[in-house]
Design a protein around this ligand. Sequence first.
Ligand code: FAS
Ligand code: PHB
Length: 388
Amino acid sequence: MRTQVAIIGAGPAGLLLSHLLAQGGVDSVVLETRSEEYVAARIRAGILEHSSVELLESAGLGARLRAEGDEHRGIYLQWPGERHHLDFVNLTGRSVWVYGQTEVQKDLIAARRAAGQEIHYEVSDVELHDLEASPYVTYTDSNGRSARIDALAVAGCDGSFGVSRKAVPAAETFERVYPYSWFGILADVAPSTDELIYAWHPDGFALHSMRSATVSRLYLQVPNGTDPQFWSDDQIWDALATRLGHGQNGWKLTPGPITDKSVLPMRSYVQTPMRHGNLFLAGDAAHIVPPTGAKGLNLAIADVALLSRALVARFAGKDDRLADAYSETAQRRVWRCTHFSWWMTTMLHTSGDPFDAQLQLSQLRWVASSEAGATGLAENYAGLPIFL
Ligand code: FAS
Ligand code: PHB
């Protein structure tokens, strides 16, 4: 098989890249280890920042988002006895949208199918070869047959457990593992809030998010290694109620049937460079952020926006300048989002250390009371323009 770009991974990065390349007249083939059903159903991110929504709309992928998504002006910061709304639109003119990653993935799968995109699911033994000269990818297809794709470039969009990041020799890596995890639940109950509540509490962080008017998404800070089955539904709702301020100023958290439980470890990871010869990394293949800043999916989208422009210029316009600058350009945003996600995480998650607790509460009071502090959070959360 021959193509211009061999894309490894059919998550949001891989599928959006194939979509944007096709719009630029560049053909690609996508390889994915999992089944289409599995990839479509994975429960992950929930927030699209302003630039992501603009990009998806400009790519013709915004119809269902606008119809079924929910535009939010901002978030609430909560701590015992206090709750403050940060209005991103007043502060920065930019909003965010609640639209689950599963929905983005379904829209991308539908768009790629309609375009006749070649996606090979349930492949295995993917290996990258001759990346500095004439790259090719070998793999075993879903029928157990050996196969090969010759390409002009390879896009590593295979996430944090893929093969692409390991194909970059002498890569420099940066990692910070946090001493806690997120226990996430989906519940068939209307959200008890109109916008997200990020709550600091001595018992630990909690987040009230949502997926729709009838489905809530909530998270609890738990120790690493927590077994989701260890917590009863009542214990989960009790802890959420305590941490989110149930009963404070008449506010109530309404519990409901829990339909999914998962524990997500938290780490920051950045690998540089994001290019080696004709291999380009995008999304979780190159970086991981703790979900506190709602940046994971949005950063993948931003990488792909840059990479697609670079590869279209390279193949359609015979101009290598954007491709040569890709890693450095992408890393500026990667580190901005990595810092913001670390800052939100360390400000909101308790460590048990009383000195830390006072620092965290002081930060929260400053952000909630100072327009400069609130604007700083709003600018980063609602997101900076993709093409800085
Ligand atoms: P993805 O991991 O989504 O996709 C990579 C794809 O490559 C996968 O489909 C994988 O099967 C495939 N693959 C792997 N190895 C391969 C190989 N060798 N060959 C072919 N294919 C291969 N972000 C948030 O902002 N908020 C959240 O709440 C949040 N929750 C998360 C929960 C979990 C459990 C995880 C793991 C991540 C979460 N994230 C969250 C981050 C997440 O949204 C990622 O940022 C986003 O999925 C990145 O998209 P991709 O880069 O496409 O990587
Ligand atoms: C989610 O809805 O899954 C979500 C929202 C905001 C975050 C993390 C996760 O910071």
